[in-house]
Design a binder for this molecule. Sequence first.
Ligand code: SAM
Length: 249
Amino acid sequence: SALLYIVATPIGNLEDMTFRAVRMLKEVALIAAEDTRHSRKLLAHYGITTPLTSYFDHNQTLKGERILATLRDGKSVALISDAGTPCISDPGYHLVRDALAEGIRVVPLPGACAAVTALSAAGLPTDSFHFAGFPPAREGKRRSFLAALAGVRATLVLYEAPHRLAATLADIAAVLGNRQLAVARELTKLYEEFLHGTAHTLLEQVRDGRERGEVVILIAPGDGMSAAPEGPAPEERLRTLLAQGHSVK
Ligand code: SAM
């Protein structure tokens, strides 16, 4: 019977496409893409001529129904997004959930994902990481979002829009304090680079609001306590930790 394939596509470098992804995209009856104009370039590059339909956040109820109807009809469908793995800060979750609810088999085809790609070369702990997606765009909400992550004992992985990088680094400095950070920029592309430092030192390298290029922000795990300026000073936090029985190495 028909299958729903969730197919990862490159995050910049067209060569990061798997042989299996190319074959499946040729074999399915329909490809559902976030932006058909964007995906047409990738498909043309690989000689894929499968019919395309759009599936994005604002039409997902209607389009999801049509895609499910195609699957019920016995025709397999592949879901792709503009870049990377569908459903990861991209549309797809509702479609996958609804397909599973109808007993349709959902098959993931692994490939590029900016979060994991960044993590693999950032030099921050990888044993445990917490992917938190995009922080809210407004400062107040962004600061509460970061404060809620302060106690997570794992490397934090965030996506951010380039023009908000400076503002978000400033909020990380204010809310999470002096942790080690990495910013992965333009992964797999010509100007790929990793910046390392604290939020403070990285801010000096980032031109306010005029940044270009896609970025992933990675934040080393903290000691589990918030470093908000209105919170306790470092010496006082240390005293509290010692009082709680933590030892200083
Ligand atoms: N589904 C995608 C994935 O699997 O990574 C993520 C899509 S999300 C809408 C786009 C965000 O992913 C960007 O704002 C950026 O934070 C990150 N991103 C995507 N491609 C990137 C790249 N080549 N370099 C750095 N970050 C990237």
